[in-house]
Write a protein that binds this ligand. Structure first.
Ligand SMILES: C[S@@+](CC[C@H](N)C(=O)[O-])C[C@H]1O[C@@H](n2cnc3c(N)ncnc32)[C@H](O)[C@@H]1O
Length: 312
């Protein structure tokens, strides 16, 4: 799937200023960009760091890594870590554990991944049923669409896509197997959903399959949990999500340090959360930003600071 000849579709970094202001508290610190993509956020982090600052940027996508390396160029302060951010503590060299001043996560897929039909993420382009963000995961959309049982498909479409017509869509997929391409999948879905809401249904089903292929909610939980091991006390966790399932996990974790969102208290009733929320209200892009970059429209930004030495 990864082709060094592929032209990288530019990705406009979302809420760039808001992310930087939330993330960088010390220009000499060590920072992690867990989602390098085209390198827009990483480049701005480097612009704001001094000579002693350091940035480790993670991506599992070879095309993103090639594009971001070219965009950022040589910089002694910058190291790319190729891999899944769900293995953050394995990817980050151990001397940095417990020393990190800020972690940025800009979740989801990049403009390039969506627009490159060959990657299979888009219902607007015909392409193979792939949807892997990196070559390291074995599962592809083809296997989900063609091999999953009815109940599995229905549940994925319902829970990860929040699509009401999950039963009809799962049944139609099974009846039309084998389905070979994103275009064929689109036609199968179009047969059974309300035409008025076709684009919304397509977006939901494609999102659901993508989440399953990349195990997005599981790896998000992993990286959030591991953030406590790599951040120093006072370090910031800055997370931008693009759908409610991710945002719910982020919101609960930043509030309580767990995924139930229930703050633990000691015998005296003191709050034992490992974080202090930097912004009580979620931050969303300005109307001006959404007008110039519609891909930013569903972004939700949450920022917290590690306290209490949690996790270290
Ligand atoms: C929304 S884009 C980031 C864009 C970036 N902030 C920029 O300014 O160009 C998300 C990137 O994170 C990567 N990504 C998503 N989930 C990942 C994971 N679990 N591990 C590593 N990289 C991941 C994707 O491959 C994609 O390149």
């Amino acid at each position: 799937m990864v082709n060094s000849m592929t032209t990288y579709h530019p990705h406009i970094p979302v809420m760039l200023v808001e992310c930087m202001e939330g993330l960088i508290t010390d220009p000499t610190g060590i920072y992690i960009d867990g989602t390098l993509g085209g390198g827009g956020h990483s480049k701005e982090i480097l612009n704001r760091l001094g000579n002693d600052g350091q940035l480790f940027s993670v991506d599992q996508d070879d095309e993103a890594i090639a594009a971001a390396s070219a965009y950022i160029g040589d910089d002694d302060r910058f190291t790319i870590l190729k891999g899944n951010f769900g293995y953050l503590t394995t990817l980050l060299p151990p001397p940095n554990h417990g020393q990190v001043a800020g972690i940025l996560l800009d979740l989801g897929v990049s403009t390039h991944q969506i627009k490159e039909g060959e990657r299979g993420f888009s219902f607007q382009e015909d392409g193979p049923l792939d949807m892997r963000m990196g070559t390291m995961t074995g599962l592809t959309a083809y296997e989900v669409v063609n091999n999953y049982e009815y109940e599995q498909l229905r549940d994925i479409i319902f829970h990860y896509g929040e699509e009401k017509a999950s039963r009809q869509i799962a049944r139609a997929i099974i009846e039309n197997r084998p389905i070979e391409s994103t275009g064929e999948l689109r036609s199968v879905i179009a047969e059974v959903v309300n035409q008025k809401f076709l684009v919304k249904s397509l977006a939901r089903v494609f999102q659901a399959i993508r989440i399953e292929v990349n195990q997005e909610l599981e790896v998000l939980k992993d990286v959030l949990t591991q953030s406590l091991k790599v951040l120093k006390t006072g370090g910031r966790l800055v997370v931008m999500s693009y759908h409610s399932l991710e945002d719910r996990l982020v919101k609960r974790f930043l509030k309580a340090g767990n995924f139930d969102g229930k703050v633990e208290r000691d015998f005296y009733g003191n709050d034992l959360s490992p974080f202090r929320l930097v912004n009580r209200q979620v931050i969303t892009p300005s109307p001006h930003e959404v007008a110039s970059n519609p891909a930013a429209r569903s972004a939700k930004l949450r920022i917290a600071e590690k306290i209490n030495g949690g996790g270290s």
